[in-house]
Design a protein around this ligand. Sequence first.
Ligand code: AQP
Length: 327
Amino acid sequence: MPKRIFSGAQPTGNLHIGNYLGALRNWVALQQEYESLYCVVNLHAVTVPQDPKALAAKTLEVARVYLAAGIDPKVSTIFVQSDVPEHAELAWILNCVVRISELERMTQFKDKARKQRENVLAGLLTYPALMAADILLYQTDLVPVGHDQKQHLEITRDIAERFNRDFGETFRVPDAFIPKVGAKIMALDDASKKMSKSDENINGSITLVDDADTIRRKFKRAVTDSGTEIRFDEARPAITNMLSIFHLLTGKEPSEVEAHFEGKGYAQLKSELADVTIEFLRPFQERMRAISDEELGRILSDGRDKAREIARATMREVKERMGIVGA
Ligand code: AQP
């Protein structure tokens, strides 16, 4: 049996270069080696309020981004989470396995709950049970994600182990795949917080659909650190962030990147980084536009059928083990 990968992104806004460098890039690299399922996790998106029209449009756009990034539908399964009802079904069951105290410890819950103030939805708290369901339904071996999802992967492992212990060996316990560089691309307006789709400040992220002028403007406005030297240094997070993006987009080694910028100023770094990003995104955006609605629809319905077959088999086993029976 080839080992299996599952991962996904939420259609909560425009995907950004952080999503690409931290996750999607690795999905593409790993798809030949693993049996891969890549999902647009629209049920996760509604754990915070969404405009229905925008959510529907973004769901399809994220699937286009997967294809433009190089996920090959002949090799990988691409589908939308809500097309496979077993995700929500298993999530309910896992809600009855996970403890509230475990959910309350999640930093993503604490951060997002703070922003929602008194209107925090119950789904935001139980988000990790749905994420565990996504992963465990497919008997996943490896989950390529950015650093922010590390804690959710740990709770997924705990849930799987507890279920296996209480009801008998049912789920494969997955490992996280978190890249050494790019797992946490920081916001351009504040290098102490990660680049994020739902950030109120649109200047903090370079989205995968930004045009050339927008990219230049955002890099120009990006914060820098004190000093003048351009080198990787944890104590200078804004410059290190920009150098990391440059390193990942060009494929140049960090030492080469430092040598390249030696003696140059921050304005030059920002301008070259904008050039590299524009050159990377130009063909990417062309590929996005080239995918017809018809082709996308066909890919998503094939993906749904393939995913559902695996999901149904897991659900049958889960219900049997728990004694959930009916007519
Ligand atoms: N800044 C980041 N750097 C590297 N990787 C990142 N990821 C997210 N932000 C960064 C990774 O991208 C994948 C898809 O993310 P998601 O859609 O599941 O949502 P998220 O992790 O909550 O990311 P966002 O962009 O901040 O979205 P919102 O604002 O909606 O919460 C994941 O593998 C993630 O780790």
